[in-house]
Write a protein that binds this ligand. Structure first.
Ligand SMILES: [Zn+2]
Length: 108
């Protein structure tokens, strides 16, 4: 399936940093579009336009924290593990509430 780059890039708003997909987004905020009855990933397609084909089993990941971004310079190839690690980074920093007063409340 050939995707027309002119049509593709017409759905992108380029800022000095991120290139934002301004068409359909999936539930996680990643760009997608329908072509030939299938949904295609905007970031994967942008990667192929900017950098060439994607080796099988590779994921296109974002260097920036913007899932709608399709700037080929903000994308990189990684494994499934990289993908999981990338997603896990957020939310893991939530520290446990420390019980500063664990020994408090003693009666005198
Ligand atoms: Zn970006």
């Amino acid at each position: 399936m050939m995707i027309d780059p002119i049509t593709f890039w017409s759905k992108v708003e380029k800022t000095p940093s991120c290139w934002n997909w301004i068409s359909t987004l999936d539930g996680k905020g990643y760009g997608k579009f329908k072509r030939g009855g299938n949904w295609w990933s905007a970031s994967r397609t942008a990667w192929t336009f900017g950098n060439g084909s994607i080796p099988s089993k590779k994921h296109v990941l974002h260097r920036c924290d913007n899932p709608a971004c399709v700037n080929p310079e903000h994308l990189y190839l990684g494994s499934h593990q990289d993908n999981m690690r990338d997603r896990g980074k957020r939310g893991r920093s939530r520290g446990r509430f420390s019980k500063t007063f664990a020994n408090g409340g003693e009666r005198k």
